[in-house]
Design a protein around this ligand. Sequence first.
Ligand code: MGD
Ligand code: MGD
Ligand code: MO
Length: 683
Amino acid sequence: MNIAVTSSPPSPGSRVVKGACPHDCPDTCALRITVEDGRVVKVQGQPDHPSTHGALCTKVSRYAERTYHPERLLQPLRRVSRKDEPPRFEPVSWEAALSDIASRLGRIAARDPQAILPYSYAGTMGMLQGEAMAGRFFNRIGASQLDRTICASAGAAALTATYGHKLGMHLPHFAESRLVLIWGSNSIASNLHFWTYANKAKREGAKLICIDPRKTETADKCHQHIALLPGTDGALALGLMHELTTNGWLDTDYISRYVDGWDELREKALAWPPERVAEVCGISADEVRGLARDYATTAPAAIRLNYGMQRVRGGGNAVRLIALLPCLTGAWKHRAGGLLLSSSGWFAPYKNPMLERPDLMTVKAPRVINMSTIGDELNRESSPEFGPRIEAVIVYNSNPVAVAPESPKVVKGFARADLFTVVLEHFMTDTADLADYVLPATTQMEHLDVHTSYGHTDVLINEPAVAPLGQAKSNTQIFRELAAACGFDDAAFLDSDEQLARQAFTDAIDFDALQQRGWQSLPLREAPFAEGGFLTGSGRADARGADYVPNYESATSTPELAARYPLAMISPPARNFLNSSFVNVKSLRDIEGEPLVEIHADDAAARGLADGAMVRVFNDRGSYLSRLHVSGRARPGVVNGLGVWWRKLGAEGTNVNELTHQRLTDMGKAPSFYDCLVEVAPA
Ligand SMILES: Nc1nc2c(c(=O)[nH]1)N[C@H]1C(S)=C(S)[C@@H](COP(=O)(O)OP(=O)(O)OC[C@H]3O[C@@H](n4cnc5c(=O)[nH]c(N)nc54)[C@H](O)[C@@H]3O)O[C@H]1N2
Ligand SMILES: Nc1nc2c(c(=O)[nH]1)N[C@H]1C(S)=C(S)[C@@H](COP(=O)(O)OP(=O)(O)OC[C@H]3O[C@@H](n4cnc5c(=O)[nH]c(N)nc54)[C@H](O)[C@@H]3O)O[C@H]1N2
Ligand SMILES: [Mo]
């Protein structure tokens, strides 16, 4: 495993700063940042933070390389070329940039402020550099609101429907499980600090089973790998319920006390015998039977479900069905049994709902734009249903031109001559290339922040380690100054970062103690649902209405389309990138090599394709040039297009999102990135 474990003492004259990893990852590691002469020289994991235990992933141990990257944006830039020309920018002062941006936004707002749209996601997961000051600004100006759906909202809606909130097992307890299902997650790549606990369980004799269309690094290390077809997890869950029912493996006492709607769901499950499941999932009936037996007869049994499996049309229902499994076997009765998809709901009672100051909102019930369909939204005209055409977009903490689905439409939207785009960034990303103004933002080494997590249950602080580089400013400071340039004199815009940090939580999280220690664990119930206590209105887990929903695109749901595009494409993360972040860090890009697509030997042979060939992956939406990797990691019928590369670093200025579509999941209005048919041909 390529993790960096180091805890050498600081040399004399150096300083150690308490940090938190800002990236969109369930691990939210506590950092130990060593500074010498005002410069970060080392980024390590905090040895005493339980889940970090002194170890970082390869990416974040290179955080200094990213911070001091020669291509860091260090001054504000104004566009001088047209949007349909290669991008050219000139440096401009902060004063000139902010005053021009304020006057252009002011003119749009005078017509209709809802023509202004913020576009942000989790480039940093920090509460301050995320939405604390940005939210205040957009509320005050009266902008459209953004529905932040691009990653997790199908699973979030499903967990909330089933358990009443985004809650699950506590991370450390996985180490005591006897059976761990790693379902839709390449933990070693994307959730390394969970893997440590799973590996501990393995060493103590637990069985590990990976459920994933791709034979990942994680599948390599599990005892068993079930390589189902993408988007068929709901069918597998129903098949498991069939077996639990017909073999008498249900915990009828737990169900009768703590589950609503099982009678209805049981009827549906009985229609899914292993043979039918096998056909839909592309696996064997014995795999279904064996999995059911292991799950029902091993205790405690834990499921690490992750977001990889909910990026398909039926992602929400699949999460619901899987989340019900531990309610049917009573696995929740043990603290090392149950399921974890997200722990973020545990923080809800500790967060200040007023941090982003919804009371400043100047437009009553502004319209909501879904970030996952930004390609379509930017290309819409004004209409009574839609409202005003989008005239300005302020992008921060996100790189939509690379990460949003169906990028041909996203590019077309951002390339509109009449769209005013401001991008707050560290680097000249694909999105920044299409901006009118690019504003240099600080990195996690240069600003204060506070963090929660969606994998563990600790609050963390990130102290600034060094002064901002060049003329970079933090997101909070940029929105503060933009508010001033717009003439907003509300006191809310005068709060310093430390004041924001002190406002972020209720009194139960003491900021001074956080500064002292670096992190604070939430007090938690050991086995949260041992006696029900779900956060649904009834206190019971809710099974009503859950059912398998087939993909938008598959051999069974769209046979005509599948005749032209017979391969299902998934596009999970590349291990050494974080979404599109780090793609420009050379040492990491060198490990990944180049954009590649993995294919099974039979599918390659049927197309006369050789390992290492350049191929065109295509469908009706677009075409993507990529290196072919004939690989045991791909199952028949499925190709794996790894990573969200920067378009401009790809072979023809495209990436995998050239092929994905904008249709939304059954719950939570999320994108269905992994529900996508393609064909592969020689380039
Ligand atoms: N190194 C690295 N770490 C990351 C990220 C990154 O880009 N790089 N991204 C971060 C982010 S934003 C997120 S949301 C999390 C995501 O973390 P996870 O939810 O754990 O997702 P991934 O590691 O993307 O793993 C998804 C796995 O799901 C599999 N998969 C795809 N389709 C299906 C399906 O239909 N069913 C099943 N059962 N499996 C399927 C893929 O093959 C892949 O191995 O990771 C975070 N951590
Ligand atoms: N095909 C396909 N597409 C995907 C996925 C997939 O698996 N397959 N995964 C999806 C998922 S799970 C997610 S979460 C999204 C992620 O999509 P994004 O949230 O857009 O994530 P990144 O690509 O990492 O881009 C984040 C940007 O924020 C910038 N940034 C970081 N910190 C700061 C800061 O403090 N201030 C400012 N101003 N900028 C900062 C970084 O430099 C980076 O360019 O992508 C989605 N897209
Ligand atoms: Mo994500």
